[in-house]
Ligand binder design. Structure first.
Ligand SMILES: NC(=O)c1ccc[n+]([C@@H]2O[C@H](COP(=O)([O-])OP(=O)(O)OC[C@H]3O[C@@H](n4cnc5c(N)ncnc54)[C@H](OP(=O)(O)O)[C@@H]3O)[C@@H](O)[C@H]2O)c1
Length: 271
């Protein structure tokens, strides 16, 4: 079994520790985080090995998953670069290009870049993945297996990563916001408080299940609910007349622009 090290055990790192334990067994997992509290949690919950430093993680592992914030990754890479040999390095840092990582580590090692999203926490995530030229198919498949434990994996060209960040990385927040809006309206219109959350949450879950399980497009499904002269049609007419799609376009385009800005910033700061 491969030995896998995880640097950074926050929101994402913790979920991925679970996935990696499922793949290689907890005995083969080594974790480090600057926050001792998080290391204690991960040790207690998953019975993994706790390392004394990032360098120790690298020395004991063949695969390194870096799950720190984008603004923290340059520092981590500088700290570990002299210890990297034939490792596979996996980064999930939003906006951090493979070329930026290569410039920092200055070594011909296998690198996989992934853009996951938060629903990995409930094994319903979607992760976009790409690799550099030094990454073998065996290493690439291993990286894909980690993320497949927590949802769907899609291979993409790296040039799409910033846009994917704005679509599926930030996407859950858009859906949470729509749920929040519907719940607030249900409150305003005096639906009993105790049923609102479940009513709305299961509406979102049911709609998402239909979208993923039935081979019917979103547009067709929408039309199935909106019968002629009915209630849904009235609501949709308002969305169309206020040009909701235009608002979404502006919002997602702004997120995309920000992802590109951050990517350029990390590239400058990182080297
Ligand atoms: N959350 C998401 O929905 C999401 C989605 C897609 C991609 N990502 C990517 O996933 C990465 C992690 O995000 P997250 O939300 O999990 O962040 P997070 O909760 O802040 O986790 C990062 C952890 O790494 C620790 N850390 C910082 N510097 C370190 C160092 N030098 N050595 C070891 N550990 C260090 C942090 O400690 P401190 O808290 O003390 O700094 C923190 O515990 C990010 O790069 C992000 O872009 C996140």
């Amino acid at each position: 079994m491969k030995k896998v090290g995880i640097i950074g055990c926050g929101n994402m790192g913790m979920v991925l520790v679970d996935a990696i334990c499922g793949l290689v067994g907890n005995d083969n997992v080594y974790c480090y985080d600057i926050e001792k509290k998080k290391l204690n949690i991960v040790k207690e919950k998953y019975k993994v090995n706790i390392s004394n430093s990032n360098k120790d993680v690298v020395s004991t592992s063949e695969v390194i998953l870096v799950a720190v914030k984008p603004q923290q990754i340059a520092e981590v890479l500088k700290e570990i670069k002299d210890y990297l040999k034939n490792h596979l390095l996996i980064s999930i840092a939003a906006g951090v290009k493979i070329s930026t990582i290569e410039k920092i580590v200055k070594k011909e090692i296998a690198i996989v870049r992934v853009m996951p999203n938060l629903p990995l926490r409930v094994s319903c995530g979607v992760s976009a993945i790409c690799k550099n030229k030094f990454c073998s198919m065996e290493d690439y498949n291993f990286a894909k297996e980690i993320f497949r434990k927590k949802g769907v994996v899609l291979e993409v060209k790296e040039k799409f990563m910033d846009l994917i960040t704005a679509i599926s990385g930030s996407g859950p927040a858009y859906i949470f916001y729509i749920s929040e809006i519907i719940q607030n309206i249900a409150k305003k219109l005096k639906l009993p408080n105790k049923i609102i959350e479940e009513l709305v949450n299961y509406t979102v879950l049911g709609a998402a299940k239909m979208l993923t399980e039935e081979k019917i497009s979103a547009s067709e499904l929408k039309n199935k609910v909106a019968s002629k002269g009915g209630t849904t049609e009235r609501a949709l007419e308002v969305f169309y007349s206020y040009k909701l799609e235009k608002i979404f376009y502006k919002a997602i385009h702004n997120a995309y622009k920000r992802a590109k800005e951050l990517s350029d910033l990390v590239d400058k700061v990182g080297v």
